[in-house]
Design a protein around this ligand. Structure first.
Ligand code: TRP
Ligand code: SF4
Length: 327
């Protein structure tokens, strides 16, 4: 039997290179297996509850980005979290057995409370974010969960919740899921920090070739290389990191010419932008095609919902029985 796979993306913005190379590449690799990929719209609402009109539109953007990236609805199930009500129900059930301390100690909770300014995140929903995520994963009894490295604490909490549930109700209802990371969990953004929507340093899958070239021009380089004559250190340069992703054949040349001051940063960036655009072109093409097939996308999501509910309803009934509120 192929492993059960589940993952999800919060529809808080269009997908960027960090999403693609940090996680979605693995969705693609695993999609031949028994795989479910959702759009976590409830999770988006935990932080975006004040901008309620946006989430519905962004859901469609993310589905389009999924399809453009190469997810094939014939090989995997794509669905919207809130259209499968079992997610909310299992989350409620799991919330009964999850100790508050586990959630308050969750490192991503503490970080985000600090980092996200201008939003009131002192809510029940935001504290309970990992409980909902555990429900997402456990509803499908997923064994493999392809995610970015920032999600590792949530996977750990999911395993803890699964263990506690099985132990309390003396039944092995939930298997323990494993995170699956890509080779490149951290992609540098334009400013050299981790590429992230909240840093406004992203290259989006939907950016035009011109926009990508413009953005690459603004990318930071080796800060020690102030003048053209200064020898560079490719290993600290975000542009070089991107060369390694889309311009593998030239990596030794780039490294050599940079460290001997034989190439300037401007030409180096242009070479990288060309390769990056070659990499993004097929994604952009597929994106354009899907933009004209909105009703087909709705059909994919309807079928996805039906397939997901078949699995989810069964697990929910089993969990409610184990917990003793249903016979
Ligand atoms: N929290 C994840 C993120 O921000 C999104 C997510 C929601 C998810 N539910 C999930 C990921 C279940 C994996 C499995 O990226
Ligand atoms: Fe970075 Fe290229 Fe400039 Fe070297 S030459 S510092 S690799 S941009």
């Amino acid at each position: 039997m192929p492993a059960r796979v589940l993952s999800g993306t919060r529809p808080t913005g269009k997908l960027h290179l960090g999403n693609l190379l940090g996680a979605i590449e693995n969705f693609k690799k695993l999609q031949g297996e028994d795989s479910f990929f959702m759009i976590a719209d409830w999770h988006a609402l935990t932080t975006e509850y004040e901008s309620h009109t946006e989430i519905g539109n962004l859901v469609m953007e993310v589905v389009t980005d999924y399809l453009a990236s190469g997810l094939d609805p014939k090989k995997c199930t794509i669905f919207i979290q809130s259209e499968v009500p079992e997610h909310a129900e299992l989350a409620l059930l799991l919330s009964m057995i999850t100790p508050l301390g586990w959630l308050q100690r969750n490192p991503t909770y503490k970080d985000q409370l600090q980092e996200i300014k201008g939003k009131d995140l002192n809510t029940h929903g935001f504290l309970g974010y990992p409980v909902l995520q555990a429900a997402d994963i456990l509803l499908y009894k997923a064994e493999k969960v392809p995610v970015g490295e920032d999600q590792l604490p949530h996977l750990e909490l999911t395993r803890e919740i699964a263990r506690r549930f099985n132990h309390l109700y003396k039944k092995e209802v939930f298997p323990e899921p494993q995170a699956i990371l890509t080779q490149t969990p951290r992609i540098p953004g334009l400013d050299g920090r981790k590429m992230s929507k909240s840093y406004d340093n992203c290259i989006y899958l939907s950016d035009s070739a011109e926009t990508v070239t413009q953005k690459v021009k603004t990318m930071v380089t080796d800060p020690a290389r102030k003048k053209r004559e200064d020898k560079g250190h490719p290993d600290v340069c975000p542009v070089f990191f991107h060369h390694k992703l889309y311009n593998q054949a030239q990596v030794p040349t780039v490294a050599h010419e940079c460290s001997e001051a034989l190439r300037g940063c401007v030409e180096c960036k242009m070479e990288m932008a060309v390769k990056l655009n070659e990499f993004l072109d097929p994604i952009r093409k597929r994106r354009e095609e899907w933009l004209n097939k909105k009703s087909e996308i709705r059909k994919i999501l309807d079928e996805g919902k039906t397939r997901a509910r078949q699995v989810a309803a069964k697990t929910l009934a089993e969990a409610m029985q184990a917990a003793g509120i249903r016979n």
